[in-house]
Design a protein around this ligand. Structure first.
Ligand code: ATP
Length: 353
């Protein structure tokens, strides 16, 4: 039976990072609870790796404090912090066997030989590599090497597991498989985990909470559902999933005008706005037979994407093209085809301001 880890709480307060004049992280405040899996998600260059490296002590913050549990780790070197780390590039010792790679951290903390041996077999069993203990990294596939890296990082039972794009060098099938393996192992062990990724699907599938970053700031922290259904900014709305954006003019506190039509909103508008940007997910637009809906349009293109058909509809009354995701059965019922006239509704409860 694999040993449970006591996951630590991590507190990041007012962290800034400058590289020369360039500000890579601005005023980062974040608390990660014991046993959580949190993903840092954002476009290339947004600062997610820098933040992970600061947590590990591999990079020094310019300002701000970090606490792991009750310990102030702000100025501690990496060796005095309680974490295990897995990099994108596996970073295994090529001249050591799989077992020796996993044992490395245990030997360096002075664990007695018999305990090292039993901990190594325990970990190799957990990652499904018990038959590969005597092999060298070059004799393993990419996915197997990453499992070894994971076993090595987890061997000393760290309070914190840091994963820096651990799946991005793997092909799609292995990536999907390892994704769910890491998640179930992390839950089983209870180790507090931070994973850096630029893959939104990966973040939504794996994380308890997602930290969406852009230009060195945190745009939103929330559960995958909150991030997807209640994006806090236009950036989050456009970065996570597909979204239609269009402008409207306020009529009153909870009503806007788009072209000649008025739309009710579920939430009141902020006051003093002359223009309000609305957003709606492609799957939330209702496509209806011609004559049955509020808005009329023409199908411009249809892309079959397996589970749904991504359809572009050009509206007739306003200068607007909307992307609508239609399931193939509804598309057949609607006899949807390029050039067809259709109607659509924009449900109030699906509109974001
Ligand atoms: P990616 O997904 O491409 O790795 P990221 O979100 O992890 O991107 P970081 O690697 O954290 O981004 O980099 C954030 C910003 O800081 C980038 O603009 C990068 O060029 C800059 N940066 C990172 N490390 C250094 C460094 N050692 N010296 C100067 N600039 C740096």
């Amino acid at each position: 039976m694999i040993q449970q880890t006591q996951g630590s709480r991590l507190d990041i307060r007012g962290v800034n990072k400058f590289f020369g004049d360039f500000c890579a992280l601005k005023e980062i405040n974040l608390t990660i609870e014991p046993g959580e899996l949190v993903c840092f998600l954002g476009p290339s260059g947004c600062g997610k790796t820098t933040l992970l490296r600061i947590i590990a002590g591999l990079e020094q913050q310019t300002a701000g404090l970090l606490h792991q549990g009750v310990t102030d780790i702000s100025r501690k070197p990496p060796k005095d912090r309680d974490f295990g780390i897995v990099f994108q590039s596996y970073a295994l010792f090529p001249n050591m066997t799989v077992a020796d790679n996993v044992a490395y951290g245990l030997r360096s903390i002075g664990m007695p030989k018999p305990q090292v041996a039993s901990r190594v077999s325990e970990l190799l069993a957990v990652v499904g590599l018990e038959d590969h203990a005597r092999k060298y990294p070059a004799q393993l596939s990419g996915g197997q090497q990453q499992r070894v890296a994971l076993a090595r990082a987890l061997a000393p039972s760290p309070g914190l597991l840091l994963l820096d794009e651990p799946l991005s060098a793997l092909d799609a099938k292995v990536r999907h498989h390892l994704r769910s393996e890491i998640r179930s192992l992390q839950k089983q062990l209870g180790v507090t985990t931070i994973m850096v990724t630029h893959d939104q699907e990966e973040a939504l599938a794996m994380a308890d909470r997602v930290v969406v970053m852009n230009n060195g700031v945190i745009e939103q922290v929330g559960t995958p559902l909150e991030i997807y259904q209640q994006p806090a900014s236009a950036f989050v709305a456009s970065f996570i999933g597909a979204m239609n954006f269009f402008d409207s003019a306020p009529v009153n506190g909870q009503r806007v005008r788009v072209g000649n039509r008025e739309l009710d909103l579920v939430r009141p508008l902020p006051s003093d706005q002359s223009c309000v940007q609305l957003a709606i997910r492609p799957e939330d637009v209702h496509l209806l037979p011609n004559g049955d809906g509020e808005w009329e349009g023409r199908v411009e293109s249809m892309d079959y994407l397996g589970a749904f058909i991504r359809t572009r509809v050009r509206l007739s009354e306003v200068e607007l093209e909307l992307v609508v995701d239609v399931d193939p059965r509804s598309a057949r019922q609607l006899e949807l085809q390029v050039g067809a006239c259709v109607c659509l509704n924009l449900p109030s409860d699906a509109l974001h301001c």
